[in-house]
Design a protein around this ligand. Structure first.
Ligand SMILES: [Zn+2]
Ligand SMILES: [Zn+2]
Length: 358
C-alpha cells in the first residue's frame, strides 16, 4: 500500500551523502549515454526500499509573477525537490523557486553541516527552468557541488549555454567565481542511475531541445516530470511514445497544464498543454496522481482552482488530481502501489488544491 500525505513546509533534515566527482565551474564536462562516468551506471543496481518527499518550490511557467491574486499558488518558476531517504537531493529544473530551496537548506544548516551535494534534472534551457541557478546560496560554500543533467544543445554544449548566461553583463560574475562547483552532463535519451534513484530520460516535444524524466526509487514509488509538453495540435488524444513511456504507471505525474482549450486555440504552437490534455496523458498512462504544473503567469488563484476542479471531473475517479502549489510536499513510501490515500487536513489554502478520491 502506498500512503500519500500532503503537507506544507517540509524540513530537509536528511544528511547529505558522499561525493563522487568534482569538476570546477566554468570547466563544464559532458557525458553522453554510454560514457563511463564514475557515478553514472545503467539500470543494474538493486536499490533498497525508499521514501520520497516531493516538494514544490516553483510551479509557474514562462516568467515569475508576484501579486496578491497569485500568492495562493505561488509565483516562482519551475523547481521541484525530491528527497529520497537520506540520499543527495534531486532537483527538477532550476527556476526561480530554486532560491527558496537554497534558503531553506541554509536555515536548517548547523555548524557541522556538510556542503551541499545534489543533482538537477533540467528539462531545457528556457529562462523559467534555469534562472534560479546563480541565486542558489549553497554554491557559495567551498565543497558544494551540483550536477546538472540536461539535453545536448545544437552548436554548443549544455555547460557552455549555462556559462553564457551566468556572466557579465547578464549577471555580475561568472559561475567560475562561486566557491562551489557545477558539473554538466548531457543526456537526451537513455537510462542512468544517481544516488538513490534510477532515471529514465526521453526527448519531449516542446520548443527547442527538451527532456522529460522518470525518477524511480524502487518501493518508494516513481515520479514523472514533463513540465513543458507540446500537445499535438490536431489530435488531443495522441500521447507520443516517449511521454507515455515516462509516465506509464507512475505514482506521480507532474505535467504541463498551462492552458484551457480556448487559450490553446490561440497559442497552440507555443509548446504547451491544456488541462484536458494533462488528464488525457495521465489516463492513458494509468498514473496514480496527476499534478497540474507550469501554471500560466496570467492565471490567478481562482482560475487555477477552477482548472483543478475541471481536471478532477475529467479524471472521473480514475486517478487523483492535485494542483501543484509552492510549499506543497507529497510524501510516498511502501511496497507495491495498490492503494493511495490523501490527508488534506494539513494543507493551507485547501480550496486551491483539488483532490479526486481514488
Ligand atoms: Zn517552461
Ligand atoms: Zn519551455
Amino acid at each position: 500500500m502506498v500512503v500519500l500525505r500532503v503537507f506544507l513546509h517540509n524540513l530537509f533534515t536528511a544528511p547529505i551523502s558522499s561525493i563522487t566527482f568534482d569538476v570546477r565551474l566554468g570547466q563544464p564536462s559532458q557525458h553522453r549515454p554510454g560514457d563511463q562516468a564514475a557515478w553514472l551506471t545503467f539500470f543494474d543496481e538493486d536499490l533498497p526500499d525508499h521514501m520520497i518527499d516531493i516538494t514544490f518550490y516553483g510551479v509557474r511557467g514562462s516568467t515569475p509573477c508576484c501579486c496578491p491574486s497569485t500568492m495562493g499558488i505561488g509565483g516562482n518558476t519551475s523547481c521541484v525537490a525530491l528527497q529520497i531517504d537520506d540520499h543527495e537531493p534531486v532537483l527538477l529544473d532550476l527556476g526561480t523557486g530554486l532560491r527558496y530551496f537554497g534558503e531553506q537548506l541554509r536555515a536548517q544548516e548547523t555548524g557541522a553541516a556538510s556542503p551541499f551535494r545534489g543533482t538537477a534534472l533540467v528539462t531545457h534551457l528556457h529562462w523559467d527552468h534555469v534562472q534560479g541557478l546563480p541565486f542558489f546560496v549553497p554554491l557559495l560554500r567551498d565543497g558544494a557541488h551540483l550536477t546538472v543533467v540536461g539535453p545536448g544543445q545544437v552548436g554548443s554544449s549544455l555547460g557552455e549555454e549555462f556559462c553564457s548566461f551566468v556572466k557579465p553583463p547578464l549577471f555580475p560574475v561568472g559561475l567560475e567565481v562561486l566557491p562551489g562547483t557545477v558539473d554538466f552532463v548531457e543526456v537526451d535519451n537513455g537510462q542512468l542511475a544517481i544516488d538513490g534513484a534510477q532515471i529514465m530520460v526521453r526527448p519531449i516535444e516542446h520548443v527547442g531541445e527538451t527532456n522529460g524524466y522518470r525518477i524511480t526509487a524502487n518501493s518508494a514509488g516513481s515520479v514523472a516530470y514533463i513540465p513543458d509538453h507540446q500537445q499535438p495540435i490536431d489530435n488531443p488524444t495522441l500521447v507520443r511514445p516517449g511521454a507515455l513511456e515516462l509516465a506509464q504507471g507512475v505514482d506521480y505525474l507532474i505535467h504541463d497544464a498551462q492552458y484551457d482549450n480556448d487559450e490553446f486555440a490561440q497559442k497552440g504552437e507555443w509548446g504547451h498543454s491544456t488541462i484536458d490534455y494533462a488528464v488525457e496523458v495521465a489516463a492513458q498512462a494509468e498514473v496514480g496522481t496527476l499534478l497540474l504544473f507550469h501554471h500560466d503567469p496570467a492565471h490567478d488563484d481562482d482560475w487555477v482552482s477552477q482548472a483543478g476542479n475541471r481536471a478532477v471531473d475529467l479524471a472521473a475517479g480514475r486517478f487523483d488530481v492535485v494542483v501543484a502549489s509552492e510549499g506543497l510536499t507529497l510524501t510516498s513510501g511502501g511496497s507495491g502501489a495498490s492503494e493511495s490515500s490523501i490527508n488534506a487536513g494539513d494543507v493551507a489554502g485547501e480550496d486551491l488544491r483539488s483532490v479526486a478520491g481514488n
